[in-house]
Design a protein around this ligand. Structure first.
Ligand code: SF4
Length: 434
């Protein structure tokens, strides 16, 4: 039965999960458009593709609920077809095919050609790196590799994304040039582990080389490094950040925990002493560097003492940006053999305590910015405010600078100097210089 959309199929892509999934949806959009197939991101369409996340329990629930919502729409005749791809589909394809039958097909994370064929399109290899952006036009994610070779005990990502594969440097530079021609001014470098870049194809850590090459791309003004890994961190990256003005004084480096026994069980290959020394080295080399990290609480065997150690360390290290997850017991990970012995309410309470500490730290650090002027990029207008960001803020995860739109006008995608006039724990209020 055809729905009212009729004659022309229109594909609606729904993306769940992380920036790497957004990147994959943008590649899919680019391929469909190159095949003259109408497709949009999270709009309307009679054919729906759900790009799922399968990382942790909460994310899996959200993906399953989204699939079920679309299946209900199909059963009501509001849409014609539902296709599912992404990490949850890669990890649980057999179960999903059994449990949610009314999906037309399920595809894994490396089955783009098959998904395109099901959508009536041909995979166009010549489009490598080309995609249709879903982010505001001034910034774009640049995925520099796929998969991960790290043994982190709690993590299911290698099960869904496979072994680490770096993308050739020339292709990434070509992508950056094409993005710059489209008006992109800020690149966010993403991967499962950006610091592993090059070890497979160049037999050496080549992230610094990549950063230097990207810094030469005309039109790109900011390059931001996400998903760094502490163990074996290539210190030449810090030298490049120091020297290259286009590379933001910013680093996102998930550290997960600080207790040596927990780090050992997590198979992170590092210790409290080494991690602390690394962060101190970053700050010594680049005094105004902004450091974002992510922590996990409630890992199997995490004692109250381990948690107190983590809390005290967060207070001492005063990260600029910090997120905290509760441990999710994921089958087929090595940690799954351990007893998930920290009750959920304790996990939640510990995460809350960490974020309370971080809110205070963030508030204090933001107060220090009041009265100062920062180069900012304008992302969008939202309600009564223009929303901008300083170099210290990555989109969607960090602070924003709010400018009163009733008083001032700012142009989207412009860089402009804003004076901070007020600050809360996670937002800043600014005004253009008169
Ligand atoms: S680095 Fe560790 S946590 Fe990150 S994707 Fe790889 S295995 Fe998972």
């Amino acid at each position: 039965m055809r729905t009212k959309y009729n004659t022309q199929n229109k594909i609606n892509i729904i993306t769940l999960g992380c920036s790497k999934n957004i990147y994959d949806s943008e590649v899919l959009l680019g391929q469909l458009h190159a095949n003259n197939i109408e497709a949009e991101h999270e709009k309307k369409g009679n054919i729906v593709v759900v790009n799922t996340c399968g990382f942790i329990e909460k994310a899996k629930e959200e993906s399953i609920n989204t699939i079920l919502e679309q299946v209900v729409k199909k059963e009501k005749g509001e849409i014609d077809k539902v296709f599912v791809t992404g990490c949850l589909s890669e990890r649980y394809k057999k179960d999903l095919e059994k449990d949610i039958e009314n999906v037309d097909s399920y595809f894994g994370t490396s089955q783009l050609p098959e998904l395109l064929a099901a959508l009536g399109a041909d995979y166009k290899h010549e489009l490598l790196g080309e995609r249709l952006l879903t982010t505001p036009k001034n910034y774009a994610y640049l995925k520099i590799s796929e998969g991960c070779d790290r043994p982190c005990s709690f993590c299911a990502i290698p099960l869904m994304r496979g072994k680490h594969r770096s993308f050739p440097l020339e292709e990434l530079v070509a992508s950056a040039k094409s993005l710059a021609q489209k008006g992109v001014k800020e690149l966010l470098l993403i991967a499962q582990d950006t610091t592993y870049y090059g070890l497979d194809i160049y037999k050496k850590r080549a992230l610094a080389d990549l950063l230097r090459a990207l810094a030469k791309v005309e039109g790109i003004e900011w390059i931001r490094l996400h998903y760094a890994f502490p163990t074996g961190f290539p210190m030449d990256v810090i030298e490049v950040i120091q020297k290259e003005p286009k590379i933001c004084n910013y680093i996102d480096i998930p550290l997960q925990h600080i207790s040596d026994s927990v780090l050992k069980s997590m198979r992170r290959g590092t210790t409290e002493a080494k991690t602390t020394a690394l962060i101190q080295q970053f700050r010594k080399s680049i005094p105004n560097i902004t450091i974002r990290t992510t922590l996990i609480v409630g890992y199997p065997g995490e004692t109250e003492e381990d948690f107190q150690k983590l809390k005290n360390w967060v207070k001492k290290m005063r990260f600029d940006r910090l997120g905290c997850f509760t441990y999710s017991h994921e089958e087929n990970t090595t940690a799954y053999q351990l007893e998930d012995n920290v009750p959920q309410e304790i996990k939640d309470k510990r995460a809350e305590e960490i974020m309370e500490i971080q809110a205070e730290i963030s508030f204090e650090k933001n107060q220090e910015k009041v009265g100062k002027t920062f180069k900012c990029v304008v992302d969008r207008k939202e309600g009564d405010y223009f929303v901008a960001r300083t170099e210290a803020d990555s989109p969607d995860v960090d602070n924003e600078v709010l400018v009163d739109a009733k008083k001032y006008y700012l142009k989207q995608a412009d860089f402009t100097n804003l004076k901070i006039i007020e600050a809360t724990d996670f937002d800043l209020y600014g005004e253009p210089l008169s």
